[in-house]
Design a protein around this ligand. Sequence first.
Ligand code: PLP
Length: 451
Amino acid sequence: TVITNHMPTQELQALDAAHHMHPFSTQDALAKRGARVITRADGVWITDSDGNRIIDGMAGLWCVNVGYGRDRLADVASRQMKELPYYNTFFMTTHVPAIALSQKLAEVAPGDLNHVFYAGSGSEANDTNIRMVRTYWAQKGKPDKKVIISRKNAYHGSTMAGASLGGMSGMHAQGGLPIPDIHHIDQPNWWAEGGDMSPEEFGLERARQLEQAIHDLGEDRVAAFIAEPVQGAGGVIVAPDTYWPEIQRICDKYEILLIADEVICGFGRTGNWFGSQTLNIRPHIMTIAKGLSSGYQPIGGSIVCDEVAEVIGACEFNHGYTYAAHPVAAAVALENLNIIEEEGIIEHVRTDIGPYMKELWTGLMDHPLVGEAKIVGMMGSIALTPHKESRARFAAEAGTIGYITRERCFANNLVMRHVGDRMIISPPLVMTRDEADILIERARKSLDEAY
Ligand code: PLP
């Protein structure tokens, strides 16, 4: 059989359930109901096999920053495939897309983050980071500095190492995770865990868990701290204002490496090139992927500061992926960065659609189900609650209300994700005000129906 977009939806769904194993899904549920089949996309809209036009409040998986349907990216990919479809940068070779993209990333990255080690994805890049920071300390004569401190409910990928760095208990429960020498502290989620503390007190308390962990583990054993500037898959958790300055102080004081996982926050999402700039963080390494190519090609990497790159560069770093710095992916990523720059997409987020969306998003707080509403640039979350004043949770069936709301969004042609009792958005950055209005209208309708 030739399988095309024109086949009836049910046939496509049956074939899909029969042979395609989906990530983070229950295969039985797919067999019963069938997955939504996405056939095409343009701008902020995706279309399914029944012809529904759906507003993509998640930019795919937080990645299609410049929106769908960019001919420029397709053309660059086609040109590059014809000229040099594949080569690698192992063993004293290189190619122009790798050189040009690295130069561009060094230009847009803050401070002395001037060097790029490529990977095929964010997970792979975080694997690189673990090996890189441990190798860095070993090269400096401190091989015992191996422990990487991360946070509960963080998401850093699905590989053994990425999921170990991550703090998702559901992931740790499967497959023998975490790997050794990874330690997790609590996340700065004031709404759910702040108790009677003010957000400011709570931010400090959570940040100081890093200092406590360094004391407990031993300063001479801790290699690095890794965190997302704004925790994404954990529910778009925006830390209280006191949190990041204190984390920065602690990393500086104990001279541990700071890794900012910018896989979601990078490339305009928070209103700057990187979330680290928005939150005033000075990382030694940034993990990048997703918005780097707006998802048009799989590519990720680590942007590394001068000093770490120098130490690593002095030894042979026995690490690399076949598809790292893939010429087609690199060429597409570079063109994507050019689009972001030429169209002023970051300014659009910072000064236009970001503030507009913030007004609409925080306006949802008047809904009886919505407790807090948080948004940074174009990544936002709302906490669903049965009782706002006490910040009560839907305890007995945690997640159920989120699931119901997500299903209502689905029915109302809006992609909005849920994490437990938080609903989250991360739409394409090119969204217009009219489209933001539609997103909020559909979100409100879905909340009404879930209530
Ligand atoms: N880091 C963060 C912060 C992410 O959100 C993700 C993916 O969602 C990853 C790493 C993993 O990236 P990938 O799915 O490209 O492996």
